[in-house]
Design a protein around this ligand. Structure first.
Ligand SMILES: [Zn+2]
Length: 395
C-alpha cells in the first residue's frame, strides 16, 4: 500500500492521510519484528568491542541500504559509534535520531534469556533498551522515502555503543551533532506500558568514597588499629542523610568493599554512590556536600572521586513544544499520548542540557529493561513508527 503523497510538512494539513499511514506500518509489523530479532540475536555488551562491532556491521549495512553512507567514529574500548547522514529535499537543519546499540547483558546471555515471540510479546536481551528503537528508525526512514521519494528534510542518525556505561567516548560527538540539529528524538523505550514519551529525566552522578584506616592485628593489637570499615559505615550513614526525596534528590550507597581478613582491622574500604538530581541547580550543592565529608575517626583519611555525569533533562519550552507536536500527531489516530518524568538518564540529558529541543522515550513500549523478563509489546510497534516518521517531518 502506498499512502497518499504528502506535500506538506505541517502536522495538521489534510495532505497527510493518517489512517493510511497507520495501515502502512501495520502491514510492516511482522517485518519489524523480524528486524528487531536480527538485532537482538547479535549480542552487543558495552564492554565487548568485537561483539559490538559485529552488530555495527549489520547496522551499517541496513542504513547504507537506505542511502546513507556510514560515518564510523572509531573508539578503542567500545564498538565504533555509527553516524548516518540522510539528505533532504529541503535544506533545513536535520533532525537528530539518537540511539545506542550496546546492552547491559554479558556475552552468552542469549543462551538463557531467549529471543522469541510469546503472544504479543517479543522477548530478548536489549529488545526494549533499545534495539527495537533502532528498528523503528529504519522503518520510519523507509516509510518517508516510500511516501515522498526522498526525505523532505535531512536526518542524522547517531548510534553509540557506550550509553549503558556513561557515554564517555561518544558524548562529544553527540553534543556536536545536536548543536547542528533542529531537534533531537531519542529512541529509548517509552515510559511504562501506557507508552508515555519522556519530557524530563533526572541527572545522574557517580562517586566513589575511599577510606584509608590504620591496620592492626585484631587479636594482638586491637587498640592500635583504626578500622576503615567502621569509618566507612559511619560515612554511609552520613551519605544517606543527604537524600532529599521531596526535592527529587536521591543518594544511594550501592556497592561497598573493604577489609582483607577477619583478624585484621581493615586498612581500606570504599563505597560506590549513585546520585540523582531533578534540576541542574542541585548538581553543585550535592557535589560540594559529598566533597565536604570529613573523617569521624581522625586517624582515617577520606578520598572522594567522581562527579555528576549527566545533568537533568529539564522540561524546557523546547521540550514541551516537541511533546505538543507528538501529542497532536497521536491524536490523529485516536491515541492519547502521555508524557512522563523519569529517574534514569540517557544521552537525551546531554542534548536537552545544551538547550536543543529533545524528546525522549520515542522507542518501543514494554517492560523489564536491564532485567531477565525484558520484552516489547508487538502491537504497539506500528503507531510508534507512525509517530516517529511524522515527528521527523514536523519537529
Ligand atoms: Zn537505553
Amino acid at each position: 500500500m502506498r499512502p497518499k503523497k504528502s506535500t506538506s510538512t505541517t502536522t495538521s494539513g489534510p495532505a497527510i492521510a493518517w489512517h493510511d499511514r497507520l495501515k502502512y506500518f501495520e502491514a510492516k509489523r511482522d517485518a519489524m519484528v523480524q528486524t528487531i530479532r536480527e538485532l537482538v540475536e547479535i549480542e552487543s555488551p558495552s564492554d565487548n568491542k568485537p561483539a559490538a562491532d559485529h552488530l555495527g556491521v549489520l547496522l551499517a549495512e541496513k542504513f547504507e541500504a537506505q542511502g546513507a553512507p556510514t560515518r564510523r567514529h572509531r573508539t578503542h574500548d567500545f564498538g565504533d559509534h555509527l553516524q548516518f547522514d540522510f539528505s533532504g529535499q529541503e535544506k533545513t537543519k536535520p533532525v537528530l535520531l539518537l540511539g545506542h546499540f550496546d546492552t547491559v547483558y554479558p556475552l552468552g546471555t542469549l543462551e538463557t534469556m531467549l529471543c522469541g515471540v510469546a503472544g504479543d510479546r517479543l522477548h530478548g536481551p536489549g529488545v526494549l533498551d533499545m534495539k527495537s528503537g533502532i528498528a523503528l528508525m529504519l522503518y520510519a526512514i523507509e516509510a518517508l522515502q516510500a511516501w515522498h521519494g526522498q526525505l523532505l528534510r535531512p536526518v542524522t542518525v547517531f548510534l553509540v555503543s557506550d550509553e549503558e556505561v556513561g557515554s564517555e567516548s561518544s558524548r562529544k560527538i553527540t553534543e556536536s551533532l545536536a548543536r547542528e540539529s533542529a531537534a533531537v528524538l531519542v529512541l529509548e523505550p517509552a515510559a511504562g506500558l501506557r507508552g508515555a514519551v519522556k519530557t524530563a529525566r533526572k541527572g545522574v552522578g557517580e562517586y566513589t568514597l575511599k577510606v584509608k584506616g590504620v591496620a592492626a592485628h585484631a587479636g594482638l593489637d586491637p587498640g592500635k588499629g583504626h578500622s576503615a570499615i567502621l569509618e566507612l559505615a559511619r560515612q554511609v550513614v552520613a551519605v544517606s542523610k543527604l537524600n532529599d526525596l521531596r526535592q527529587g534528590l536521591s543518594v544511594n550507597a550501592g556497592v561497598i568493599h573493604g577489609g582483607t581478613r577477619t583478624n585484621v582491622i581493615a586498612a581500606e574500604a570504599s563505597v560506590a554512590i549513585d546520585v540523582r538530581i531533578k534540576s541542574a541547580k542541585q548538581a553543585a550543592g550535592i557535589d560540594r556536600k559529598l566533597r565536604a565529608l570529613r573523617p569521624i575517626d581522625k586517624h582515617c583519611k577520606l578520598e572522594i572521586a567522581g562527579g555528576i555525569n549527566r545533568l537533568p533533562m529539564e522540561r524546557t519550552a523546547g521540550v514541551a513544544a516537541l511533546y505538543k507536536k507528538a501529542r497532536h500527531i497521536a491524536k490523529q489516530v485516536g491515541w492519547r499520548l502521555q508524557e512522563a518524568a523519569v529517574g534514569g538518564g540517557s544521552d537525551g540529558n546531554f542534548t536537552a542540557g545544551m538547550g536543543i529541543p529533545t524528546l525522549d522515550g520515542m522507542g518501543a513500549v514494554g517492560e523489564g529493561a536491564h532485567a531477565v523478563h525484558e520484552y516489547i509489546a508487538i502491537s504497539e510497534l506500528p503507531r510508534r513508527a507512525l509517530l516517529l516518521a511524522t515527528m521527523i517531518e514536523s519537529a
